[in-house]
Design a protein around this ligand. Sequence first.
Ligand code: E4P
Length: 218
Amino acid sequence: MKFFVDTGDVQEIRDLAATGMVDGVTTNPSLIAKTGRNFIEVVEEICGIVEGPVSAEVAATEHDQMLAEGRRLAKIAPNVCVKVPLTWNGLKVCRKLADEGTKVNVTLCFSPGQALLAGKAGATFVSPFVGRLDDIAHEGMDLIADIVTIFANYPAIETEILVASARSTLHVVQAARLGAHVATLPPKVLHQLAMHPLTDKGLDAFVADWKKTGQSIL
Ligand code: E4P
């Protein structure tokens, strides 16, 4: 499973990239607003840190403007993946950008039918939002299961399922069980994946016992 980091914080991305676990980055207008920085500059910087796809979202909702913004964002770096909303305008722009050889992430997906449309529009990724469905008392992970099943029926669909709005390590494990291609994770969740109290307890004991031997490996 590929892990993307879901943040606009360049320093966090730099630190996490050093672990070798970061296959890409996703941003959205809310994450960019949090940085207080210039959008294009942030995306440029992130693209220089990670080799994988960096999702940069259009701001327009109207077709022509959205297409122009997508083309502008695609020029930032070869690993930019233009993020468009799952609307008819977004789907039309997705088709055009995909035909021009630009990677597209169709975002704000909340139903299997929407995911099917993103697949037909030639999206590189479709982003179903599990956490926001959980928030309204729907099983977000059921949506991932449905999309995995549907896409498996149609091998011609090359779109990867990018699990978005993941809020916990449980989301990650459930999505991996279902075979979703990618999960985009807030930095905190990626950190939490490595944590277990028995690991800490076991390590404390090993360190203490090693000291008793009085030996040194180097
Ligand atoms: C990523 O592409 C999404 O924009 C992000 O995961 C949304 O997460 P949220 O629902 O926690 O804001």
